[in-house]
Write a protein that binds this ligand. Structure first.
Ligand code: FES
Length: 104
């Protein structure tokens, strides 16, 4: 497992999502109301970027902008159709002002 630094704590506002390339893995980093979450950036329905979707920071969900599936950022599970498969969830480490993702 390796931790890869993505950004600083102050780089994302609550409710913001951003795509990062972490060693070739496309990560969607989201700042929810209670902290940072990271999931695979590619929607499990089709090849579109989740980081361009709308975030519900209190529910900790992101909605794919293409066809509207919402995903839990806690476990990656799709909450609404058309997606039926989860997206991968990655552990996030916050160390001081650094936000990192743990890659398997
Ligand atoms: S590509 Fe995300 S719901 Fe279709």
């Amino acid at each position: 497992m390796t931790a890869s630094r993505l950004c600083g704590v102050g780089d994302l506002a609550v409710g913001e999502a951003r795509r990062f390339d972490a060693g070739g893995v496309q990560i969607c980093l989201v700042r929810c109301s209670d902290g940072f979450r990271a999931v695979a950036d590619t929607c499990s329905h089709e090849d579109f970027s989740l980081s361009e979707g709308a975030v519900d920071p209190d529910a900790c969900e992101i909605e794919c902008w293409k066809h509207g599936s919402a995903f839990s950022l806690l476990d990656g599970e799709p909450l609404t159709l058309p997606a039926t498969r989860p997206v991968a969830v990655y552990e996030v480490l916050v160390d001081g002002t650094d936000v990192s993702v743990v890659l398997p």
